[in-house]
Design a protein around this ligand. Structure first.
Ligand SMILES: [Zn+2]
Length: 271
């Protein structure tokens, strides 16, 4: 084979591979969204029925990709089924609507426990003494491509979409935060947001929540968010999606920053 023939052969192989990839993507896009999955979303996530049709279609598409790409594992005897997978995917993908997304590309594994699970945590006190503490958790997000969830609490969060608590939204907000390279409450912002105003507004609001937590005042935003800026972003995400009208009224600047970042206005779904 001459060099020219070899280059021609490589060109044909590359063209065939590209055609196969395009065909697979095209046929995947054309695969209809299973009606059973629509039933699960409608039954388990009441906010799904309130989404405008265009967003509902977008969500379905994201759910399809999510379920194709992520591996689920049942822990402590939990037997996985489509209800579990679709209920988790449906809530996780709410955070992707209207935004350029690669579907949590750093996330590969989702571990699901039947209920809250115990995790060992290493803690260091002020004198430098390190100890192991066992804590009950509803969910956990790891930077190494893993999210852990309690199925009981996934369902509680999905069914009650107005109490400001949602473990799936919380852990997947951490995943978005982690995509910037560090988990610090500063995710990669889209074209609609400015880093300057994001930093100013979120820092001020975080300090305010810390003050409220210290002085024992009540707050709309769960005071677990006062732990650190990463938890603040995750907790505010829960408030933004679940209590948008209250957040807009009591923290208008914070609401606007979240609206620019998430590119949706959840207050329109509940008003
Ligand atoms: Zn958290």
């Amino acid at each position: 084979m001459t060099p020219g023939q070899f280059l021609g052969f490589v060109g044909v192989v590359v063209a065939v591979v590209i055609a196969i990839i395009k065909f697979r993507r095209w046929s995947f896009e054309r695969t209809p969204f299973p009606p059973e999955w629509i039933s699960v979303l409608s039954r388990n996530i009441p906010i799904y029925s309130r989404l405008p049709l265009a967003l509902k279609n977008q969500l379905n598409r994201h759910v399809k990709y999510f379920l194709r790409d992520k591996r689920f594992y049942g822990c402590d005897g939990l037997v996985l089924n489509d209800e579990i997978r679709v209920t988790i995917a449906g809530q996780a993908c709410l955070l992707l609507l209207n935004r350029p997304t690669n579907h949590y590309y750093k996330l590969h594994h989702i571990l699901v426990y039947p209920s809250s699970f115990v995790a060992a945590r290493t803690e260091q006190n002020e004198s430098g003494v390190v100890s192991q503490k066992h804590t009950g958790l509803l969910g956990e997000s790891w930077s190494q491509g893993k999210v852990i969830l309690s199925w009981d609490d996934v369902m509680k969060g999905a069914k009650n979409f107005s109490d400001g608590h949602n473990v799936v939204l919380h852990e997947f907000a951490h995943q978005l935060d982690q995509e910037s390279g560090s988990t610090n409450g500063a995710p990669l912002l889209g074209a609609q947001s400015s880093y300057q105003s994001w930093t100013r507004v979120l820092s001020d609001e975080f300090e305010q929540l810390q003050k409220q937590a210290r002085s024992g005042y009540s707050s709309l935003i769960d005071q677990y968010g006062a732990t650190n800026p990463a938890e603040f972003f995750a907790v505010v995400t829960e408030t933004f999606f679940e209590r948008p009208i209250q957040l807009r009224r009591r923290h208008p600047e914070l609401f606007e920053e979240m609206k620019s970042f998430y590119a949706v206005d959840p207050s329109e779904w509940v008003e």
